[in-house]
Design a protein around this ligand. Structure first.
Ligand code: ATP
Length: 344
């Protein structure tokens, strides 16, 4: 289902929870709503579902305004973080629930439930009760139940939050594959950036009730539009006087700017590792952490500590060692604009 949201607004009392949010979602996309706690992600999801009424703005499904449609007429499936399964019902009856409500025949129900049991890898568990299942299995029952009435939009509120780290990883991959296969438009809420990057086709960054940026994970990582987005996605060091670094003198032209530097745009090494030594800064290694596949290095340049990574194949550096540092790129932000400066 193609979704369009225009200038959505929501207050709770005096609190402005959702602020002028507009976006479009193409059919079949898997969208991650990502942002810090209290930012308004769940409120947006609940308005799409019809569980909350917007103060202003329009919600269109397939170009048709649905603001006044009750939840059960919107063609949506819902999955919550805490499964919300019916405890006194078997897996089979949980999945069949929405179909019984729709008054489908017993045979139709059996066929649909069994195909979902198959799809969600729950064959053999149909007669178990929720308390006889693992967390991951329970969440798969919740997916199957949400999918049973063939919704056109699947809404998932922190669907992996209550699940162990290892199973969560499996479930993410499974969910992504399943949604791709079914081609069903899906929106999930998360505050975990790795999860959003790994699972979503597109991410919407929600902060303080506003949509700060929408794009593919790669696009958002490479071209963050605001300081908040840049610091929320990926690792970085924030530098207040970036114009003091060689190659970034132009940054002094803009007032009130902060710069953000990602680890992969910083090179640290011995002087013979750099072809043009005059372009580098001098630094001193502050700390080194072994991270399995690489070293994480904290290096002091003037009064700034930068964080970067170094391949295990290169010569080891030592804490306290004098090194050369080359910064290739910085993201600059002030209250209204953003720029990227490359050190050429
Ligand atoms: P989380 O990740 O913690 O779930 P979120 O980004 O989903 O956060 P929301 O649940 O949408 O955020 O909440 C946004 C803000 O609106 C919060 O400050 C919350 O306390 C407030 N809020 C949400 N629902 C209500 C309500 N029914 N009444 C009053 N305030 C509410």
């Amino acid at each position: 289902m193609h979704i369009e949201v225009n200038q959505l607004d929501k207050h709770f009392g005096d609190f402005h929870a959702v602020h002028d949010v507009s976006f479009k979602i193409e059919k079949g996309r898997l969208i991650g709503l990502l942002g810090p706690s209290g930012g308004g992600k769940t409120s947006i999801l609940r308005m799409l579902a019809g569980l909350e009424t917007p103060d202003a703005g329009d919600i269109l499904f397939h170009g048709k305004r649905v603001n006044d449609l009750p939840p059960q007429e919107r063609g949506i499936g819902f999955v919550f973080q805490n499964y919300a399964l019916f405890k006194h019902m078997t897996v089979y009856d949980n999945i069949a629930f929405g179909l019984k409500v729709k008054k489908q025949s017993k045979d139709q129900i059996r066929e649909r439930v069994m195909s979902l049991v198959e799809l969600t890898g729950l064959k053999g568990f149909e007669h178990r009760y929720p308390n006889q299942l693992s967390g991951g299995q329970r969440q798969r029952v919740a997916f199957a139940r949400a999918l049973a009435p063939e919704p056109q939009l699947l809404l998932l509120d922190e669907p992996f939050a209550a699940i162990d780290a290892k199973i969560r990883q499996e479930l993410r991959t499974w969910l992504k594959d399943m949604i791709e296969r079914l081609g069903i438009t899906s929106i999930f809420v998360t505050h975990d950036q790795d999860e959003a990057i790994e699972v979503a086709d597109e991410i919407m960054i929600i902060n303080k009730g506003r949509l700060e940026q929408k794009g593919t994970p790669w696009d958002i990582y490479k071209n963050p539009h605001t300081q908040f987005v840049a610091s929320f996605i990926g690792e970085s060091t924030i530098v207040s006087e970036v114009h003091k670094l060689k190659g970034f003198e132009d940054a002094a032209l803009w007032s009130n700017t902060k710069a953000l530097i990602r680890p992969e745009y910083i090179e640290v090494g011995k002087s013979d590792e750099f072809s043009i030594i005059s372009a580098t800064e001098s630094g001193r290694i502050k700390n080194i952490h072994f991270r399995g596949s690489e070293w994480m290095i904290e290096v002091q340049v003037g009064d700034v500590t930068l964080i970067t990574y170094r391949s295990l194949e290169k010569d080891a550096l030592q804490p306290g060692e004098e090194v050369n540092v080359l910064v290739h790129r910085a993201y600059l932000f002030n209250d209204t604009d953003s720029w990227i400066i490359e050190n050429k």
